[in-house]
Ligand binder design. Structure first.
Ligand SMILES: [Fe+2]
Ligand SMILES: [Fe+2]
Length: 133
Protein backbone atom coordinates (compact mmCIF):
# COMPACT_ATOMS: atom_id res chain seq x y z
CA UNK A 1 0.00 0.00 0.00
CA UNK A 2 1.27 3.42 -0.94
CA UNK A 3 2.18 5.65 1.99
CA UNK A 4 3.11 9.32 2.16
CA UNK A 5 6.56 10.10 3.55
CA UNK A 6 7.54 13.58 4.77
CA UNK A 7 10.84 13.20 2.94
CA UNK A 8 8.81 13.87 -0.18
CA UNK A 9 8.06 17.42 0.95
CA UNK A 10 9.31 20.14 -1.34
CA UNK A 11 8.85 23.00 1.10
CA UNK A 12 6.01 24.82 -0.63
CA UNK A 13 3.03 24.14 1.62
CA UNK A 14 0.33 24.11 -1.03
CA UNK A 15 2.29 21.85 -3.40
CA UNK A 16 3.11 19.46 -0.56
CA UNK A 17 -0.58 19.35 0.41
CA UNK A 18 -1.47 18.57 -3.22
CA UNK A 19 1.13 15.82 -3.45
CA UNK A 20 -0.10 14.34 -0.20
CA UNK A 21 -3.65 14.32 -1.54
CA UNK A 22 -2.39 12.54 -4.66
CA UNK A 23 -1.14 9.78 -2.40
CA UNK A 24 -4.63 9.61 -0.87
CA UNK A 25 -6.12 9.23 -4.33
CA UNK A 26 -3.65 6.44 -5.16
CA UNK A 27 -4.54 4.75 -1.91
CA UNK A 28 -8.27 4.89 -2.74
CA UNK A 29 -7.50 3.42 -6.14
CA UNK A 30 -5.45 0.61 -4.61
CA UNK A 31 -8.29 -0.20 -2.23
CA UNK A 32 -10.83 -0.18 -5.04
CA UNK A 33 -8.72 -2.61 -7.08
CA UNK A 34 -8.43 -4.90 -4.09
CA UNK A 35 -12.20 -5.04 -3.70
CA UNK A 36 -13.15 -8.55 -4.77
CA UNK A 37 -14.81 -9.17 -8.12
CA UNK A 38 -18.55 -9.48 -7.78
CA UNK A 39 -18.77 -6.46 -5.52
CA UNK A 40 -20.41 -3.59 -7.39
CA UNK A 41 -17.88 -0.77 -7.65
CA UNK A 42 -18.74 1.08 -10.84
CA UNK A 43 -19.84 4.28 -9.07
CA UNK A 44 -16.75 4.35 -6.86
CA UNK A 45 -14.48 3.72 -9.85
CA UNK A 46 -16.01 6.58 -11.83
CA UNK A 47 -15.75 8.91 -8.86
CA UNK A 48 -12.03 8.13 -8.49
CA UNK A 49 -11.37 8.73 -12.18
CA UNK A 50 -13.21 12.07 -11.98
CA UNK A 51 -11.31 13.01 -8.83
CA UNK A 52 -8.01 12.25 -10.58
CA UNK A 53 -8.99 14.24 -13.66
CA UNK A 54 -10.14 17.27 -11.74
CA UNK A 55 -7.42 17.26 -9.16
CA UNK A 56 -4.51 16.72 -11.53
CA UNK A 57 -5.64 19.54 -13.80
CA UNK A 58 -5.85 21.81 -10.76
CA UNK A 59 -2.52 20.62 -9.33
CA UNK A 60 -0.58 20.94 -12.56
CA UNK A 61 -1.97 24.40 -13.19
CA UNK A 62 -0.89 25.49 -9.72
CA UNK A 63 2.51 23.80 -9.85
CA UNK A 64 3.27 25.33 -13.23
CA UNK A 65 2.94 28.82 -11.73
CA UNK A 66 5.80 27.91 -9.37
CA UNK A 67 7.84 26.18 -12.04
CA UNK A 68 7.75 29.35 -14.13
CA UNK A 69 8.27 31.66 -11.18
CA UNK A 70 11.42 29.81 -10.10
CA UNK A 71 12.51 29.24 -13.67
CA UNK A 72 13.21 25.51 -13.24
CA UNK A 73 15.42 23.76 -15.73
CA UNK A 74 13.82 21.39 -18.24
CA UNK A 75 10.55 23.30 -17.99
CA UNK A 76 9.34 22.19 -21.42
CA UNK A 77 9.97 18.55 -20.58
CA UNK A 78 8.21 18.95 -17.23
CA UNK A 79 5.13 20.53 -18.81
CA UNK A 80 5.09 17.81 -21.43
CA UNK A 81 4.93 15.13 -18.74
CA UNK A 82 1.99 16.96 -17.14
CA UNK A 83 0.22 16.99 -20.50
CA UNK A 84 0.86 13.27 -20.99
CA UNK A 85 -0.54 12.44 -17.57
CA UNK A 86 -3.65 14.52 -18.24
CA UNK A 87 -4.16 12.95 -21.67
CA UNK A 88 -3.87 9.43 -20.37
CA UNK A 89 -6.47 10.08 -17.70
CA UNK A 90 -8.84 11.84 -20.08
CA UNK A 91 -8.50 8.90 -22.50
CA UNK A 92 -9.78 6.33 -20.04
CA UNK A 93 -12.81 4.73 -21.62
CA UNK A 94 -15.63 5.13 -19.12
CA UNK A 95 -17.75 2.59 -21.04
CA UNK A 96 -15.35 -0.16 -19.99
CA UNK A 97 -15.88 0.83 -16.37
CA UNK A 98 -19.67 0.66 -16.83
CA UNK A 99 -19.14 -2.85 -18.18
CA UNK A 100 -17.21 -3.67 -15.01
CA UNK A 101 -13.94 -4.01 -16.86
CA UNK A 102 -11.40 -2.39 -14.58
CA UNK A 103 -8.23 -3.04 -16.57
CA UNK A 104 -7.81 0.65 -17.27
CA UNK A 105 -7.84 1.31 -13.54
CA UNK A 106 -4.78 -0.89 -13.22
CA UNK A 107 -3.11 1.24 -15.88
CA UNK A 108 -4.22 4.35 -14.00
CA UNK A 109 -2.63 2.99 -10.85
CA UNK A 110 0.67 2.33 -12.64
CA UNK A 111 0.49 5.79 -14.17
CA UNK A 112 -0.08 7.23 -10.70
CA UNK A 113 2.89 5.38 -9.26
CA UNK A 114 4.96 6.93 -12.03
CA UNK A 115 3.53 10.31 -11.15
CA UNK A 116 4.07 10.17 -7.41
CA UNK A 117 7.40 8.37 -7.44
CA UNK A 118 9.25 9.06 -10.65
CA UNK A 119 7.80 12.45 -11.72
CA UNK A 120 7.64 13.96 -8.23
CA UNK A 121 11.05 12.72 -7.18
CA UNK A 122 12.76 13.64 -10.41
CA UNK A 123 10.96 16.69 -11.81
CA UNK A 124 9.04 18.33 -8.94
CA UNK A 125 12.01 18.03 -6.61
CA UNK A 126 13.86 20.59 -8.69
CA UNK A 127 11.62 23.17 -7.00
CA UNK A 128 12.89 22.08 -3.61
CA UNK A 129 16.47 22.73 -4.61
CA UNK A 130 15.59 26.14 -6.02
CA UNK A 131 13.53 27.51 -3.13
CA UNK A 132 16.15 26.39 -0.62
CA UNK A 133 18.96 28.25 -2.37
FE1 LIG B 1 3.46 17.76 -8.71
FE1 LIG C 1 5.15 18.22 -11.91
Amino acid sequence: MIKWDDNLKIGIKIIDAHHKYLFDLCRSLEMLLETPLGVYKVDDAIKIICDFREFLTFHFYYEEIYLKKFNVSDLEEHLLEHEEFKNQIVNININNIYNENYNELKSLLNLSYGLVFSHMADKDFKLKNLINK
